[in-house]
Design a protein around this ligand. Structure first.
Ligand code: SDX
Length: 425
């Protein structure tokens, strides 16, 4: 596997340390540094900026070119030609499904959309104004109490676990919303497509039939698709690390939901809307740009910048186009928040601070405007992201368990006190 070598010389070490260099099918080569431990050395990379934590074949990102591939397929082509459940099949299996495979896959998902009736009791322990992400972490983690057979990761149980998660996340997400507004939980309707079913569980009620707007359902499915997976991001790496100890997969997914919640990660979509509402008017944009550039001010332009993309996030481009379609369909092209967002994007992209740091809009910049137009409350935005990303998490969890693996256990640069004897103060 390694026909290239890296050679390291370290002051104080006589020998030149030879390290294998591996090449993937595309993207940067990697230097295998595992031998350094035997030389008394660790690598140091806070935030894992330059660390490949694993080998994976699910998703590839070229940050410099703004490229995102799932199983080799560009995200723009998948957004245009595919749908969320088909991409779920692709992420789990590495290939697009045949029409027959897709029919079986969709039918199997539909057979798992209900949650155990006792799951409803977990909600009653929360205040009605509990943040839905707090409820999601708890309720999805509680699924591990219902499915012990998923503890043993065999191909059969992994597949069943994936179907249960893909199918139940929309049901649980909608239950979080219904609980917050004091309405009864809506059962899934399996004659509906995935996004339609989610919207009827969100906005339907027992008193009348709910008819989804096909443009909004398509936009919802596209949002699910665009958030499905994104290589070794913080929440996916969390799921892989939790999975490396052999933890129950539902508990691992709950750890991914917790990691996603932060405003630096999946919580950014909610933070973008809050920021746009705080800006309030285009005349205030310059003040916020000034704050975003001030090293003394912790304020950052939410929905801008990315650890990997040093170009446009390709998902942001598709999201912006979907945003225009949805708002036109709803006759709110002049949505004040969209106008502020577009003006903010234009100003930031012309400002040296953002240009020099290659800060571009990311997936979260426009998604919140679409979700708000569909009628989804701001505090549910990251729940939607978690619902979508569950397929990425379980695909990576499954990939980790599909071959030889080790528990993840990073080391450190220790800067605390050296050994000293105990003396009472
Ligand atoms: C997601 O990893 C993934 O793939 C994540 C994700 C996925 O699909 O899983 O793509 C989803 O999380 C998208 C990102 C959503 N987060 C936000 O929109 C929050 C705002 N963005 C920033 O917090 C930031 O850009 C991060 C966290 C996304 C990336 O941070 P990095 O890679 O650690 O970059 P950095 O903090 O080192 O910033 C480099 C410079 C710094 O300035 P200097 O110290 O060089 O002077 O850029 C500045 C930062 O201050 N900077 C920003 C900024 N983002 C970075 N300045 C103002 N506004 C911003 N948004």
């Amino acid at each position: 596997m390694a026909d290239k070598k890296a050679r390291l010389t370290v002051d104080g070490l006589e020998e030149v340390i030879e390290l294998p260099v591996y090449s993937g099918t595309t993207g940067p080569d990697v230097v295998d540094v595992r031998a350094l431990t035997s030389k008394g050395l660790f690598t140091y990379d806070p935030g894992f900026v330059s660390t490949a934590a694993c080998e994976s074949s699910i998703t590839y990102i070229d940050g410099a070119k703004g490229v995102l591939l799932h199983g080799g397929y560009p995200i723009e082509q998948l957004a245009e030609n595919s749908d969320y459940l088909e991409v779920c099949f692709l992420l789990l299996n590495g290939e697009l499904p045949t029409p027959e495979q897709k029919e079986v896959f969709v039918k199997t998902v539909k057979n798992h959309t209900m949650v155990h009736e006792q799951m409803t009791h977990f909600f009653n322990g929360f205040r009605r104004d509990a943040h839905p992400m707090a409820i999601m972490v708890a309720v999805v983690g509680a699924l591990s109490a219902f499915y012990h057979d998923s503890w043993i990761s065999t191909m059969r149980t992994t597949a069943k676990c994936a179907f249960r998660l893909i199918a139940k996340m929309p049901t649980i997400a909608a239950m979080c919303y219904k609980y917050s507004i004091g309405q009864p939980f809506q059962y899934p309707r399996n004659e509906l497509d995935y996004a339609d079913n989610f919207l009827q569980m969100m906005f339907g009620n027992p008193c009348e039939d709910y008819v989804t707007n096909p443009v909004l359902a398509k936009a919802m499915d596209r949002i699910f698709l665009l958030h499905a997976d994104h290589e070794q991001n913080a929440s996916t790496s969390t799921v892989r690390l939790a999975g490396s100890s052999g933890a129950n997969p539902f508990a691992c997914i709950a750890s991914g939901i917790a990691a996603l919640w932060g405003p630096a990660h999946g919580g950014a979509n909610e933070a973008v809307l809050t920021m746009l509402q705080e800006i309030g008017d285009e005349s205030n944009i310059d003040e916020f740009i000034k704050r975003a550039k001030d090293p003394e001010d912790s304020f950052r332009l939410m929905g801008f910048g990315h650890r990997v993309y040093r170009n446009f996030d390709p998902r942001a481009k598709v999201m912006k186009q979907t945003c225009d379609e949805v708002l036109a369909e709803l006759g709110i092209e002049n949505d004040p928040l969209l106008k502020i967002a577009k003006r903010l994007e234009q100003i930031a992209l012309e400002d040296d601070y953002f240009i020099q740091r290659k800060l571009y809009p990311n997936v979260d910049f426009y998604s919140g405007i679409i979700l708000k137009a569909i009628g989804i409350p701001t505090n549910m935005f990251t729940v939607i992201f978690a619902l979508s990303r569950t397929i990425g998490w379980i695909s990576h969890w499954s990939e980790f368990h599909s071959g030889p693996n080790k528990i993840g256990r990073p080391r450190q640069l220790y800067t605390g006190p050296t050994k000293r004897d105990y003396e009472k103060k």
